[in-house]
Design a protein around this ligand. Sequence first.
Ligand code: C2O
Length: 511
Amino acid sequence: AGSAMVALTLVRPAVAGGADRDSDVDVHIELRAARDQVAVRPGRPTEVWRYKGKLLKGEAGSLQPSDSYLGPVIRLRRGQRVRIELINELPEPTIIHWHGLHVPDDMDGHPRHAIGPGQRYVYAFRVLNRAGTYWYHAHPHGRTGHQVYHGLAGLLLVSDEEEAALRLPGGDQDMPLVIQDRTFDDDNQFVYPAAGHGMGASMMSRGGGGRGMGSMMASMMGVLGDRILVNGRQVQALDVDRRARRLRLLNGSNTRTYKLAWNDGSPLTVIGTDGGLLAAPAHRKFLVLGPAERADIWTDFANWKEGESPSLQSLPFEGGMTMGSGPLPDGSQFPVLQFRIVGSGPVEPARLPDRLAQLPPVQASVAINAEHPKVFDLTMGMMVWGINGRPFEMLQATAQETVKLGTHEVWEFRNEGRNSMMGMVMAHSMHIHGLQFRVIGREIADRFAAAYRTVQPGLMDEGWKDTVLVMPGERVRVLVGFEDYPGLFLYHCHMLEHEDSGLMRNYLVKA
Ligand code: C2O
């Protein structure tokens, strides 16, 4: 309203089977990426960039504009045919990536598909993924960190029959929780200090942007906020009654890794990871969650009494793991989410099934290169990150990995500080687009072993993953399958400033 009418350019990629008419799809959603103002914390509203949803056909959750800057929670069922139209009302190019979904390459939000202001991109795909906690976020070239930081992200929850049969906590007992960190200026506005890659000063950040030494450092080290937000709000106590809950945790932070634990030391019961349910519940004293990783936690609040306040804390990282800085330094423990138990009513103890899902066994021998994994060194050159010494190049065929449709491969990410600045080694949260993989092995270099022991028990390698944390000094092997869709996809570090400054590469799936 009020804005001059901009002619919408329709960018319509070829969609297999078409999906041009509403009769061809089960769900039709419109997402407008636009500027807005929302109350994030007391005081002045914060200027944000956000997705505003509108449901045009079918059911997909309420898609109500939420009271936070996060996009609407989109609820889909496995097998559904979905059309989602992105309308860019921002002052710069953008595109949406469906993080964790198995979709054709032109539906995946590769930055080569970014659309300019006033343009529209039509996504059409079938939901092939298992039930699980997926998400969506902006993914333009060199601007992902900036756009996500200002709000362009939301959850996408997939359900299926296998999951429904388990009768896990549903309705308001199913709580998606997006954990992010942000820094605010005195005016309550987000401060984003990193420079956009090759894009000049940030258009929105006050006191940030620019291309000085500070912003270069932020691009290299990543951006860590000094306040923790959950679902787009500053830490608050959530009232819960004494029933079981499913807490779907997403680390939606740009760079910060969390080491989550209950404040009273009780173990976390993990029922799912990035790609859905585990075969059986797993228990962890603490859980290490890198950027973009998800953990599905089952909790029976009947274990606490009325008036008690269980909280999820982030434990300190030890041994110079360079995981944090500023007001929430490596050595500090801080609350991430607090609950308050209300109501004392008689509660029958909740039961969690001990078998959750069918998971295929992990057999590295199915890989065509089982004996000779492909090695990807996560490297730092002259103030740019890279893979095997090369920063990201959008469409440079020599700078891409080529694989064959219908095969499996073993990939090994090595985080050994090759060419690093001052011997500094940071963790990297490696994400592969378009598929789910399995973690098959980890190896730590001797000089990092002591610090690693304080992290390793909290890594969740069971189940399907699309993002895996690679600690300083570590080699992580994953088993990757390239099924159904040929085309050009990405893999990159999900510490978004690392991605934006080059720690990303294309892979081409050849038919
Ligand atoms: Cu969630 Cu290419 O990223």
